[in-house]
Design a protein around this ligand. Structure first.
Ligand SMILES: CC(C)(COP(=O)(O)OP(=O)(O)OC[C@H]1O[C@@H](n2cnc3c(N)ncnc32)[C@H](O)[C@@H]1OP(=O)(O)O)[C@@H](O)C(=O)NCCC(=O)NCCS
Ligand SMILES: [Zn+2]
Length: 220
C-alpha cells in the first residue's frame, strides 16, 4: 500500500471510530477531531477544528466552540453558549444557558491584539446569562449566579452574583449554599468544610464525593 493510501485509510478509520465514539446530531457541525468518547453534540452546535472537547460532555443546541478553546470531561454546556479561543474549561463544569465568555478586553474593529485567557476550574457552575470578563479564573466548585457580571477572579467554592459580581457566601461541591458556625459547615449532602476566614476547604472523606450524573435525555 502506498504511503498516501495508507494515510488516507488510517484517516478514514479514525473518522469512523470517532463517529462511533460520540454522538453528533445530524444538524450539528463538528470539524474538530478532538471530541471525546460519550460526548453529545446537539443540533445547530458548531465545534470548530482545533477546539478540544473531553469525554461525556453535553454540548447544547446553538453552541459554538472556537478553535483554541478547550473543555474537559463531563462538562455541561447549555444552549446558546460560545466558547472562544483562549477559554479553558476544566472537568465537571456547568455553563448555564446563554452565559457569555469574552476574550478581548478592549475590542475595536481593525485592531488585533492577543486574546486574553479565561479559566473555569473543575466543578465550577456559571448561571444563566452570566458574563465573564476575560482575564479571570473561576475557582474550583464556585457558583456564579444568573445574570452576574464577573470582573475578578472567583475563589474556590465561592458563591458570587450581581453586577459587578460580589461574593455572597460559599457553596458545597454539590452546589448548595453552606452555613458556617465556628468556621465549620456541614452540607445536607453530608460533606464537611472548614474555613480559615479567607478560604474554605473540604474535610473528611474526600473520596466519597458524589460523581455528577449526566441525564441521558438531556438535549442541551
Ligand atoms: C444566586 C443563587 C444561587 C441564589 O443565591 P442565594 O444566596 O441563595 O440567594 P437568595 O435566593 O437567598 O437571595 C438573596 C438575595 O440575593 C438576590 N439574588 C438572588 N440571586 C441573584 C442573582 N442571580 N443576581 C442578583 N441578585 C440575586 C435576591 O433577590 C435576594 O435579594 P434581597 O435580599 O434584596 O431580597 C440563585 O439566585 C441563582 O442565580 N442561581 C443560578 C440559576 C441558574 O442560572 N441556573 C442555570 C441552569 S437553568
Ligand atoms: Zn453538598
Amino acid at each position: 500500500m502506498s504511503a498516501k493510501k495508507s494515510a488516507r485509510s488510517s484517516h478514514a478509520e479514525k473518522g469512523m471510530s470517532q463517529a462511533a465514539r460520540y454522538f453528533k446530531h445530524p444538524l450539528a457541525l463538528v470539524e474538530s477531531d478532538e471530541v471525546g468518547e460519550g460526548t453529545r453534540v446537539w443540533a445547530w452546535a458548531h465545534v470548530m477544528d482545533g477546539a478540544k472537547v473531553g469525554k461525556d460532555c453535553n454540548i447544547g443546541e446553538h453552541c459554538f466552540l472556537e478553535s483554541g478553546s478547550s473543555i474537559g470531561d463531563r462538562v455541561i454546556v447549555k444552549n446558546h453558549v460560545c466558547i472562544w479561543e483562549k477559554v479553558t474549561v476544566d472537568d465537571d463544569a456547568f455553563l448555564g444557558p446563554n452565559m457569555i465568555f469574552t476574550n478581548d478586553p478592549n475590542p475595536r474593529s481593525g485592531f488585533r491584539r492577543p486574546f486574553v485567557a479565561t479559566f473555569v476550574r473543575k466543578g465550577a457552575s456559571i448561571g444563566a446569562g452570566a458574563i465573564i470578563v476575560c482575564g479571570n479564573t473561576l475557582g474550583e466548585y464556585c457558583s456564579v449566579g444568573a445574570g452576574a457580571v464577573v470582573t475578578k477572579d472567583v475563589p474556590d467554592y465561592a458563591l458570587v452574583y450581581g453586577n459587578p459580581a460580589r461574593q455572597h457566601g460559599w457553596v458545597c461541591r454539590c452546589g448548595l449554599k453552606l452555613e458556617f458556625t465556628d468556621d465549620k459547615a456541614r452540607c445536607s449532602c453530608g460533606r464537611d468544610y472548614i474555613s480559615d476566614g479567607m478560604a474554605i476547604r473540604p474535610i473528611g472523606a474526600e473520596g466519597d464525593c458524589m460523581e455528577p450524573q449526566l441525564n441521558a435525555d438531556e438535549r442541551g
